[in-house]
Structure formats: C-alpha cells, structure tokens
Write a protein that binds this ligand. Structure first.
Ligand code: MN
Length: 161
C-alpha cells in the first residue's frame, strides 16, 4: 500500500464551532489513474470521503484497514481481477456486508450475471455518467447488502415516515 495514493478527505472543514460530519467512506479500486481521480473528485465534491487503490491487492488491504461504506471495484485490474478481489473480501466476515459496486468496461451478455454471482451488489458499465455513479453509490450507502436487487439495480425501499 503506497500512502501517496491514499487520498483522505480534505474537503470537509469545520464551519464555525460545528464540525461538519464526515460523509460516507468510499474505496475506489481502479487502475486507470485518470478515471480514479475523476471519480474521487466527483464523490468528494458531494461530501464522500474517498480512498484510492490502484490494484486488487491494495484494494483488499485498504478494505480491511478502512471498512468503507461502499467499494467501487473495477473488474479489469492487473494481476488479480476485481472479481477475485471481491471473492476474497466477501469471504471475510468483517468485510462481507460492505456493498461492492462492480465497474466494468465489458458490456458483454452474461457479464452482469457473472458479476452479481461473484458477490457484487451492483453494477456500473463504463462509460458511465457521473450522475449514474452518484446514484449507485448513494443507493448502496442507503441500502447495504441484502437490500440490493439482484438485477443490478438497487431496489428502493419505502421511506420510513
Ligand atoms: Mn481497469
């Protein structure tokens, strides 16, 4: 794990005497630096605390260290795939309930099933709009594991009044 890649929250600042509560933590596992930074900047501007990992091994280590609210997992990674990393994460009791959103460039038929069978809770195809990214992350935070539809879309639950 290289610390220079770990990007902590620098956007949340105390306002007056009140401390703004830090937003949900998102771990982004992505080997394309440009995409990783774009995702980080977008999520940070919406108040998320974002950490980056550039490969599966680093992603697993950071997942253990941070226990983030959501993991955005690129599927196509060097050495170990995002699916293999997800299998390892889902086999660890402290980590298995963290929603994993698979991010993949491959839009081939069968991919979605393969990814959801691999333990990912949701699915985002590249290229994606930042609005879609924000929606998926927000839904994953609101409805963690067990409340996410197997279609890859997050099932909306009725709002508690
Ligand atoms: Mn990749």
């Amino acid at each position: 794990m290289t610390l220079d890649r770990v990007t902590g929250d620098r956007t949340v600042r105390p306002a007056g005497r009140r401390k703004i509560p830090a937003g949900p933590t998102v771990l982004v596992v992505e080997d394309n630096d440009l995409i990783a930074v774009l995702i980080r900047d977008t999520l940070q501007s919406y108040g998320y605390r974002v950490f980056l990992a550039s490969d599966a091994r680093e992603g697993i280590l950071l997942a253990r260290a941070l226990r983030p609210h959501v993991i955005l997992m690129d599927i196509c990674l060097p050495q170990m795939s995002g699916l293999e990393a997800t299998r390892i994460i889902k086999a660890e009791p402290p980590l298995k309930d963290i929603p994993v959103v698979a991010v993949t460039a491959h839009a081939m038929s069968g991919d979605q099933e393969r990814i959801l069978d691999g333990g990912c809770e949701a699915y985002l195809s590249k290229p994606f709009r930042m609005a879609d990214l924000l929606r998926v992350v927000e839904e994953a935070v609101k409805h963690p594991r067990g409340r996410v539809g197997t279609s890859g879309k997050v099932r909306r639950l009725p709002r508690a009044s």
